[in-house]
Design a binder for this molecule. Structure first.
Ligand code: CA
Length: 452
């Protein structure tokens, strides 16, 4: 793509010449790349009657973080249209709560038919646990969107206190306990309670010997508010995803204490899920959407496309940040810890299609089980839910659609998992989750808040 390389160079020169000029950086970020600077879109397929989707219209929601890239790229690079979904509307959700509200009403009510979710939101919505009047809205998880790209940022006032992967070893756990004893508890935020980012910070704190319910304050706060509060010193930490950690470091608000890929290598992150009634009504359209998402995930993982991916996500209608905020993380470059040491480690970069464990995109039932088990660990769900886990997972997990879409796309058999379980999961502190025995995992954990 020679035109594209020249675009990158020009962009780099602009950015380099504007080291002190954030406004110029911003202005080049929000100007969409011109058509000539982009690689060609995917060409439309000639679809057989068996493949032709029942509808060409669907409304999908997303949150402006790297997890949404497969949905945005499926639209921008023509993958949705390639499979006959020519009227896909992708709408930015103001918050996770707004996404939940919009899936409740569906597109008929002005909301959405599906989109990007933290886990286990599709299960909680299906069971009526986070919906208005506890209305059950069955959903199907159809693909995992990505792994990695998430971490925990800490405000700069805590530089030198040992914030890193192992809080016990560094003495930082004692520092956090002392803050509580002094009446100024350490305060950290995530964007929605009882889902991914809440789990990630809890796991890390508990592995360091801290009780997240006793030794500090955790709360749900919108991302922009959290960053503003970190700047003014009234928030100490933020469990979040790219591009937020990079923004926080670049704006000298805080530092990146840990990446979740260090805590749990190749962990499950966010998912693509839709209302089950939509999928049931339009199974061919569902598979057309899935095929587009799977192709977009492969496109996103291609090193040749990373620069263009950063440019597309950066534009105003999507992330509205300088593309430089994404270029580094996509190359595995992070400024780590309170020394801001630059590391380059592709195993920690966001992956959309494959990681060292195999498929990123395939929605493993064993990962659904971890999210339900971790919900039990912290008392978010009663322990009795484990007896129902198999029913809930079999109802919500749509791996059957993923498998059919992958086969129809001609994905190599080695890239289609044979088993619905990824097997034993290993964490940095030595803990293991065997999906065959979630109780043994719960028993092995010292810090927990299980309720009957
Ligand atoms: Ca996330």
């Amino acid at each position: 793509m020679p035109q594209f390389r020249s675009f990158s160079r020009r962009h780099f020169l602009l950015a380099a010449g504007a080291s002190a000029g954030a406004s110029l950086l911003n202005s080049c970020a929000i100007n969409p790349p011109s058509a000539a600077d982009l690689s060609p879109k995917a060409s439309a397929l000639t679809l057989s009657p068996a493949q032709l989707p029942e509808v060409t219209t669907v409304k999908l929601g997303y949150i402006a973080i790297v997890e949404s890239a497969p949905l945005l790229i499926a639209e921008e690079k023509g993958f949705f249209a390639r499979h006959g979904m020519t009227n896909v509307s992708i709408s930015k959700q103001a918050s996770w709560g707004a996404a939940r509200d919009n899936i409740e009403i569906g597109s008929d009510g002005g909301g959405i038919d599906g989109g990007q979710w933290q886990m286990p939101m599709p299960h909680l919505i299906s069971e009526g646990l986070i919906t208005k009047a506890n209305r059950k809205i069955p959903m199907l998880t159809l693909a995992q969107l990505c792994t990695n790209g998430n971490g925990i940022a800490i405000a700069n006032k805590h530089i030198g206190k040992g914030f890193g992967l192992d809080l016990a070893k560094s003495g930082c756990a004692d520092y956090i306990r002392e803050m509580k004893a002094a009446g100024t508890p350490f305060k950290a935020a995530y964007t929605f309670p009882r889902v991914n980012q809440d789990f990630w910070i809890r796991y890390w704190l508990a592995a360091g010997g801290l009780d997240p319910d006793q030794d500090l304050d955790l709360l749900a706060v919108p991302a922009s508010q959290t960053v503003a509060n970190m700047r003014t010193g009234t928030m100490d930490g933020f469990s979040t995803g790219d591009p937020w950690p990079y923004r926080i470091v670049r704006d000298k608000i805080g530092f990146l204490a840990v990446l979740n890929g260090q805590v749990w290598p190749d962990h499950p992150e966010e998912y693509f899920a839709m209302r089950e009634d939509w999928v049931r009504q339009y199974p061919k359209a569902t598979k057309a959407i899935l095929k587009a998402v799977l192709e977009a995930q492969q496109w996103c993982d291609d090193p040749q496309n990373k620069e263009e991916l950063s440019q597309i996500l950066a534009i105003r209608k999507y992330f509205n940040v300088p593309a430089t905020f994404l270029q580094g993380p996509y190359q595995g470059k992070y400024l780590m810890g309170d020394t801001f040491e630059e590391i380059t480690d592709m195993s920690l970069a966001t992956a959309y299609w494959k990681d060292s464990r195999g498929s990123v995109s395939y929605p493993y039932k064993s990962h659904d089980l971890w999210f339900l088990t971790e919900s039990v660990r912290w008392g978010f769900l009663p322990q009795s839910i484990l007896a129902e886990a198999e029913r809930i997972i079999n109802t919500v997990n749509g791996e059957k659609y993923w498998r059919e879409a992958a086969q129809e796309l001609g994905i190599a058999a080695k890239d289609i998992p044979q088993d619905t379980s990824r097997g034993i999961e290993k964490f940095f502190d030595g803990a293991e989750f065997d999906p065959k025995n979630p109780q043994a995992y719960l028993d092995s954990l010292r810090i927990k808040a299980i309720r009957a």
